[in-house]
Design a protein around this ligand. Structure first.
Ligand code: NAP
Length: 296
């Protein structure tokens, strides 16, 4: 698998002459918009958005100074490039169940030079291309920590996406944290199960550990503080040490000690197998949702 992990470089900004339209401005669209403006990759007048509710349009306009439209079509047309050097991205950020209707609305209002970027879980490139009659599409899969700029987003382009468009997508997604370009949509489904669904696994483990602390007698507040910092520290330590997790675990497992006792119980309870089965089940679910959307 060829993957490339990058962070945006301050010197080169592929988005400098690019206009972006966000179709359906909920949580994920706002995370991208906020990240782009925070990192000064674009200015407010390069971004527009659409939303059916007036209150949300007013909220985003007041918060970020971006132009908001009621009709998705109007937002798409508003970012059509004015000059030969300018370009435009149309970012689909609606929920999967709204996608079909939104694509029907947008059909016919997208120019061939525009790039469509989908953040919609389970929506295949082929489905979007067929509905929009448009070839240049990038499918992405971010995760929840994107909301604080600490996410990891996997993405893959269709064959019609050119190099310049790829660098624009990469720069935009860097506003959410790290990015990983993958070769095909199967790997997007794999990432859906691993990195996009991943925070759920960690939140469950976090909750279980906090409850275990409360069970022993810590106040919930103290147990939470201990668990949060322990998990954060363990991840940073693992990343900095460049060691295999088993090696790190062996380093802290003394003969007859507390770690050895705890590991014995976790293995007895099949924790490793349960996690592996959970990720595999999520992968199969991601694949079947994609098939279902295509057949609809
Ligand atoms: N949030 C995440 O962490 C995350 C992670 C990975 C992928 N994603 C994907 O990102 C996409 C957006 O997720 P989200 O969490 O941002 O959802 P969200 O907060 O519900 O955002 C979607 C927005 O679209 C609006 N909307 C509804 N119908 C519309 C229409 N016909 N035209 C335009 N806008 C419409 C919704 O308005 P109402 O609120 O009024 O319905 C809502 O504000 C989803 O497809 C999801 O699979 C999200």
């Amino acid at each position: 698998m060829s993957t490339e992990i990058t962070r945006a470089s301050a010197e080169t900004n592929p988005l400098s002459n690019c206009r972006l339209a966000f179709i359906g401005c909920g949580v994920m669209a706002e995370a991208i918009i906020a990240g782009l403006l925070r990192k000064q990759l674009v200015s407010q007048d390069q971004i527009v958005g659409s939303h059916p509710r007036a209150a949300r349009r007013e909220e985003l306009n007041a918060k970020y100074g971006i132009e908001m439209f009621e009709q998705n079509k109007e937002a798409a047309l508003a970012v059509y490039p004015a000059g030969p050097d300018s370009s435009s991205l149309l970012v689909l950020t609606v929920k999967p169940q709204r996608l079909r209707r939104v694509l029907e609305e947008l059909k016919g209002s997208i120019h061939q030079e525009q790039l469509v970027v989908s953040v919609v879980a389970g929506a295949k490139i082929e489905t979007i291309a067929d509905e929009l009659l448009h070839a240049a599409i990038v499918r992405t899969m971010p995760n929840t920590p994107a909301q604080i700029g600490e996410g990891v987003t996997v993405w893959t382009p269709s064959a019609a996406v050119n190099e310049k468009q790829e660098s624009q997508v990469c720069a935009m997604l860097n506003a959410l944290g790290k990015t990983v370009r993958v070769e095909n949509e199967r790997q997007v489904d794999m990432a859906t199960a691993l990195s996009a669904t991943g925070p759920t696994y960690i939140f469950l483990v976090m909750e279980a550990l906090i409850d275990a602390g409360v069970h022993m007698g810590f106040s919930r507040h103290v147990a939470q503080e201990l668990v949060h910092q322990m998990m954060l520290g363990a991840v940073l330590f693992a990343r900095e040490s460049h060691k295999h997790p088993a090696e790190l675990r062996n380093m802290v497992t003394s003969p007859g000690g507390t770690s050895a006792e705890a590991i014995y119980q976790m293995e007895k309870g099949s924790l490793r197998t349960v996690l592996s089965k959970a990720v595999w089940a999520a992968f199969q679910r991601a694949e079947s949702l994609g098939e279902k959307n295509r057949a609809r």
